[in-house]
Design a protein around this ligand. Structure first.
Ligand code: NAD
Ligand code: UD1
Length: 332
């Protein structure tokens, strides 16, 4: 069967870039869109090596006319919508930017596909589960959000639900837990230079000697060692979740939601210790008070993705730590 033609927004970002690279390697035709607000032209150059790649530099949130033109010209079967701003702390400082960028991007995508028989896969986040749920978290858990970023993710899901119902569009929202690591070809890595808030990029900054130490936020949580527990998932497993969704999306009605997580929890201290052991690097840390909005424990119930998408994460924490370091150790 012929591969589907894919339009990938955020195609030069960490996850969208890794996905595009894999899709191109597998023979999919990929039409990429990005405005480089959080990515580099170097990633586009990697993707440009594939003849089945075309690219448009536009801000999707501000340019419905151009999005319409691209879609009528290229006629994709599915849009994989990764584009969005994703920093929790920045979203609290600049709410307007996050609401404008994230909501209008998704609205413009939906407007342009509503009568065209194009399906949509959307990058959502476990952040929509907020801090009121017990883990493992199933898809039907209650929503709540603790940041403007989280609220825009939830609002985008609701927007997609409304359009999918009104215009009969097949849509899947994939709720990512904590993506880490680098693809085996080491080409597209998470940016660790632009003040990351997340744990793995901060560990990498200490390993690279950019920072002297990492602060662990809280050591009195009701967890095995007192530090917060999360569901870290290797980028390659996460990307595979999108291919699994692509295979199944045509048989699905309206809007479907799937957790992409391993179903396993790892504490902050365990992640640091594992990173030290597998890479033989000392990571200095101290303890600070708990970060506002953090939960003690958050991990997925991934059973629905297994049942409906025939997908499971396979990579271990050891592999995630090895591959995360491989990706950045030789770079500038
Ligand atoms: P990223 O910042 O590396 O990639 C996002 C890309 O979208 C960037 O290249 C950016 O330039 C582009 N972009 C943003 N707004 C745009 C616009 N208006 N028009 C065109 N391009 C635009 O982020 P990522 O880690 O690859 O995340 C991809 C998606 O996954 C995001 O929607 C994010 O919210 C979601 N997500 C990420 C994580 C994570 O930990 N990385 C977790 C849960 C969900
Ligand atoms: C955070 C966001 C969440 C977002 C997700 C992926 C918050 C409150 N939540 O989730 O909305 O979807 O990133 O982008 O920001 N930690 C430290 N020291 C650090 C950094 C983190 O101890 O320097 C701890 C945290 O307290 C947490 C764990 O590491 O226990 C993981 O943190 P992080 O990587 O930021 O992910 P989340 O908190 O799960």
């Amino acid at each position: 069967m012929k591969n589907k033609k894919l339009l990938v927004t955020g195609s030069t970002g960490y996850i969208g870039g890794t996905f595009s690279y894999e899709a191109l390697k597998s023979g999919y035709e990929v039409i990429g869109i990005d405005n480089f607000s959080n990515s580099k032209k170097a990633t586009k150059q990697i993707l440009d090596n594939f003849i089945n790649f075309t690219f448009y530099e536009i801000d999707i949130s501000k340019n419905l006319k151009k999005v319409n033109e691209i879609i009528s010209k290229t006629k994709p079967d599915v849009i994989i919508h990764f584009a969005g701003l994703k920093s929790v702390s920045e979203s609290e400082k600049n709410q307007n930017l996050y609401w404008q960028n994230n909501i209008l991007s998704t609205l413009n995508i939906l407007e342009s596909i509503k009568n065209n028989n194009i399906s949509l896969i959307f990058s959502s986040s476990a952040t929509v589960y907020g801090d009121k749920n017990e883990s493992p978290i199933p898809e039907e858990a209650k929503f709540s959000t603790n940041s403007a970023y989280g609220s825009t993710k939830l609002a985008q899901e609701l927007l997609i639900s409304d359009y999918s119902r009104a215009y009969d569009i097949s849509c899947i929202s994939l709720r990512y837990f904590n993506p880490v690591g680098t693809h085996a070809d080491k080409l597209i890595i998470e940016d660790i230079m632009s003040s990351p808030n997340n744990l793995m990029p901060r560990i990498l900054r200490v390993a690279k000697k950019i920072d002297e130490k990492i602060s662990i936020y809280g050591n009195r949580y009701p967890t095995k060692d007192g530090t917060g527990e999360r569901d870290y998932i290797h980028i390659s497993d996460l990307v595979n979740g999108h291919f699994a969704a692509l295979k199944k999306i045509n048989g699905m009605d309206n809007h479907n939601f799937f957790n992409l997580g391993t179903g396993k929890k790892t504490s902050v201290l365990e992640l640091i210790r594992t990173f030290e052991n597998v890479n033989d690097i000392k990571i200095k840390f101290d303890y600070k008070s708990e970060r506002e909005g953090d939960v003690a424990i958050c991990y997925a119930d991934p059973s629905l993705a297994k049942k409906e998408l025939d997908w499971t994460a396979t990579k271990t924490i050891n592999e995630m730590c090895v591959d995360a370091w491989k990706g950045v150790k030789d770079g500038d």
